[in-house]
Write a protein that binds this ligand. Structure first.
Ligand code: PLP
Length: 401
């Protein structure tokens, strides 16, 4: 099977993005209080600030995490204390309870990979200790568990809309329990333009929206010339201030783990908000669920792997397909060489988080591969992905070294 042009690792804009309406699962942004910002990590910073986290406080964070979750804790002046997780990524409540106590102002709990966890016991623990609960729904924009929508257990919940919608930037801070303090400010015309063009270019780069691409070819070339000039000026002129050129767009849209407090209280772009409003949500949720099950079926009889989750619950809208490999290093080389997009979530953990802190987190970080299942994958791309991963698993089982 010939490889399609690089398949999109994240949802990219297409005409289909707006097909259909409604959603089959509750969404984070249906909470009573919602602020649409530029990333999930900025929303974490704002949630911790709203909980009054400050210098000398401690915040409990899962030992299995994204590196982008920790800098917002430090930005508040607090210390991140890591609690253990079980092999299925659920919080080890015994360990967590032992770490709660005076000085712990907040707990961050993550619904990994789009699978809503049962947070009721954790909620009770937090209440008993006077700690705020930040529900990290960066992987879980849609979903429910036992009839409770994701985001409803936390004092605040955060989302990373750019992982689910075809947008260049986007995150959200929501609450079912408190009003959200403060008013968001726009981030300027340069940012608005960058957010719109970034989303369009991602679609064009993967062969979507060809008619629009042809129409916009000249203005886009002009934009590239201007953008390069702005960047060059930023490099040359210290007078512009650190990062002046790149501050047109947040680094969180650039696969970086950085936290830039200049983006606190900044509103997500008009373009991203419009896509969120208009996107076909039922297509998004059902597409992801269908692609997940399709990939699971296609790989079922291949050797050398297990799914992280035994089943896809009715209340889940997966971010990726999380697969645990028996021979991760050899499989990684094969997948990388074949051009398979993947997320190795937790492969790098915060310095000091080792097997002594949480052996399960280290093992997950080594063994886990997140494969794309997003709604914008075409049939040919999904067929190629499944066949290529299958072959890589078979070859790895024959020659694991
Ligand atoms: C579990 C988790 N929480 C929070 C974040 C931060 O989200 P964002 O990249 O939108 O800042 C990420 C990012 O990957 C994440 O994986």
């Amino acid at each position: 099977m010939t490889a399609p042009r690089a398949i999109p690792s994240v949802p990219v804009l297409s005409l289909g993005s707006f097909a259909g309406s409604g959603a089959t699962l509750p969404a984070l942004d249906e909470a009573p209080a919602v602020q649409l910002v530029t990333s999930g990590r900025i929303a974490i910073g704002m949630a911790l600030r709203a909980l009054g986290v400050g210098a000398g406080d401690r915040v409990l964070v899962p030992a299995y995490h994204s590196l982008s979750m920790i800098p917002p804790v430090h930005w508040c002046g607090a210390e991140a204390v890591f609690y253990r997780v079980h092999p299925d990524t659920t919080a080890d409540l015994d360990d967590l309870a032992g770490k709660l106590g005076p000085g712990v102002k907040a707990v961050i709990a993550t619904h990994f990979f789009g699978f809503p966890q049962d947070l009721r016991a954790l909620r009770t623990l937090c209440d008993a200790h006077g700690a705020g609960l930040v529900e990290d729904c960066a992987h879980c924009y849609f979903g429910e568990r036992d009839g409770v929508a994701v985001g409803a257990n936390g004092d605040y919940a955060i989302g990373s809309s750019m992982k689910f919608f075809p947008i260049f930037e986007g995150g959200c801070l929501v609450s079912h329990r408190h009003p959200l303090p403060g008013v968001l400010q726009g981030a300027g015309k340069g940012f608005e333009a960058k957010a719109a063009l970034g989303a369009l270019e991602a679609g064009f780069g993967h062969g979507r929206l060809p008619v629009l691409r042809a129409t916009l070819a000249l203005p886009l070339r002009l934009k590239t010339v201007l953008w390069n000039r702005v960047k060059a000026r930023g490099r040359a002129g210290a007078s512009l201030g650190a990062g002046a050129a790149t501050a047109l767009a947040p680094s969180s849209s650039d696969s970086s783990f950085d936290f830039d407090p200049r983006w606190l209280d900044r509103r997500s772009s008009w373009f991203s908000r419009a896509v969120l409003r208009r996107a076909g949500r039922a297509r998004l949720v059902e597409g992801r669920r269908r692609h997940y099950l399709e990939l699971e079926r296609a790989l079922a009889s291949a050797p050398g792997w297990q799914p992280l989750f035994a089943a896809l619950p009715a209340g889940a809208c997966p971010w990726v397909f999380p697969l645990l490999a028996d021979h991760p290093d050899a499989l990684f080389e094969r997948l990388r060489a074949a051009g398979v997009p993947m997320v190795r979530f937790g492969a790098s953990l915060w310095p000091g988080v080792d097997a002594g802190v949480c052996a399960n987190s280290v093992a997950l970080g080594q063994r886990l591969f997140g494969l794309p299942v997003h709604q914008e994958l075409r049939e040919s791309e999904r067929a190629w992905l499944a066949a290529t991963v299958r072959r890589a698993l078979e070859d790895t089982a024959k020659a694991p070294a």
